[in-house]
Design a protein around this ligand. Structure first.
Ligand SMILES: Cc1ncc(COP(=O)(O)O)c(C=O)c1O
Length: 385
């Protein structure tokens, strides 16, 4: 530990293997994964098709730079664009969510020759320079990340219009559903307003689907619930089911030129084999349909728990709102009941991001644990005379 730069608060748990929605620690204890390591696990841990695809690929060729023909990369681009409903868009591949947004913001700036970004309150877009500057958390923005970004309230049409009219805006960046910020989502009216007004003012609309994409919301992309077509869509997390890969889907309005964007590792053979296998499993196992079915079941179960005041989000990107801070509840769920969940910047919100393959039986198990954990955390407080 002494040689690691200590930036992460850690739970005292050491996972050594995982399968489906289950994670096992070094003592053999089993955990149910309702968080997927920040919403990364899409098709389930160590899915056999995925393990085979990655193993077969690494035994042939794992990497070569972007200077040769790579049919796995072109195959992934074709499959992703078609399956997501964007067959005429093109794909640029990189290695993480932040990098995807960084490239999206950069491309918007190249395209418009402008530099101002409109982002939204409580947004999280990653930690690279322009991405972190577009993130509404000053404590993680360094002086070197000096970009022109303005943060507006979600759904505030007038403020957006005032900014667009100034003529210096390159792009608007918005999450399909806010993740880290606490599962808030713009209204359909606001998404449609952004879509039409950005077009009118020649401004690029970037949809950050890094967390909300890849089927998690119950459609391939969360913005598809609102019937809009953004100019650039950023993806990562569920795309590789744990293998680091990210990318941007780019509308045909943008002209590519050699050297405009680039990366050494992005789009390598191994990453593309992993990402291709993820899409194949999402399709063959009808995981988006499963998201919708299990989501309804989950919400129905949640509605029977009086301490849950509200359920935010869509599909299997959900936030359970309590009228108390959830830090101890989350700890009890992990240590006492073997269930991983997540938190958000909204302190009374428990974040739920299970694999898209989660079953109703696993949801039952979750709620048994949750009820017991609530009893442990809340009832002792209520019963104090
Ligand atoms: C919406 C959103 N955008 C961007 C990112 C950054 O992704 P990464 O951590 O892969 O850089 C995240 C990560 O949580 C995210 O939730």
């Amino acid at each position: 530990m002494k040689n690691l730069f200590d930036v992460y608060p850690l739970y005292d748990i050491t996972p050594v293997k995982a399968f489906g929605s289950k994670v096992f620690d070094e003592s053999g204890r089993e955990y149910l994964d309702f968080y997927g390591g920040h919403g990364v696990i899409s098709i389930g841990h160590s899915h056999p098709n995925y393990v085979k695809a990655v193993s077969d690929q690494v035994s042939k060729i794992g990497f070569y730079s972007n200077s040769i023909q790579n049919p796995i990369q072109t195959g992934l681009a074709e499959k992703l664009c078609a399956f997501s409903g964007y067959p005429d868009y093109s794909l640029f591949l990189c290695n993480s969510g932040a990098e995807a947004n960084e490239n999206a913001l950069k491309l918007a700036s190249f395209h418009t020759k402008k530099s101002k970004v409109i982002a939204f309150k409580k947004a999280f877009h990653g930690r690279t320079s322009a991405a972190v500057a577009s993130t509404d958390n000053p404590s993680i923005v360094a002086p070197i990340n000096a970009h022109k970004v303005i943060f507006l309230e979600l759904n505030d049409q007038k403020s957006v219009l005032d900014e667009l009219q100034k003529g210096d805006v390159a792009c608007v960046i918005i999450e399909g559903i806010q993740g880290v910020g606490g599962l808030d989502e713009a209204t359909t009216e606001f998404f449609q307003f952004l879509s039409s007004e950005t077009k009118k003012y020649g401004v690029v609309l970037i949809l950050d689907e890094i967390q909300s994409g890849y089927g998690r919301s119950g459609k391939f992309f969360a913005h598809q619930h609102h019937d809009i077509k953004p100019d650039i869509i950023s993806v990562a997390k569920g795309m590789g089911n744990g293998f680091p890969i990210g990318g941007i889907l780019i509308s045909p309005e943008f002209k590519a030129s050699h050297g405009l964007l680039g990366t050494t590792f992005g789009g390598n053979h191994l990453a593309c084999a992993a990402a291709l296998s993820v899409l194949e499993v999402i399709e063959s196992e009808n995981l988006i349909q499963n998201v919708n079915e299990v989501s309804d079941y989950f919400k129905q179960q949640a509605s029977e728990i009086p301490q849950i005041k509200n359920v935010k989000g869509r599909g299997l990107m959900l936030g359970l709102e309590f009228d108390f801070e959830i830090a101890n509840l989350r700890k009890s769920l992990i240590y006492d009941f073997g269930i991983f969940t997540g938190n958000a910047s909204q302190k009374n919100l428990l974040r739920i991001l299970p694999p898209l393959s989660i079953t109703k039986a696993e949801v039952d198990f979750f709620f048994v644990g949750l009820k017991k954990a609530i009893g442990k955390i809340v009832e002792p407080q209520i019963s104090v005379p």
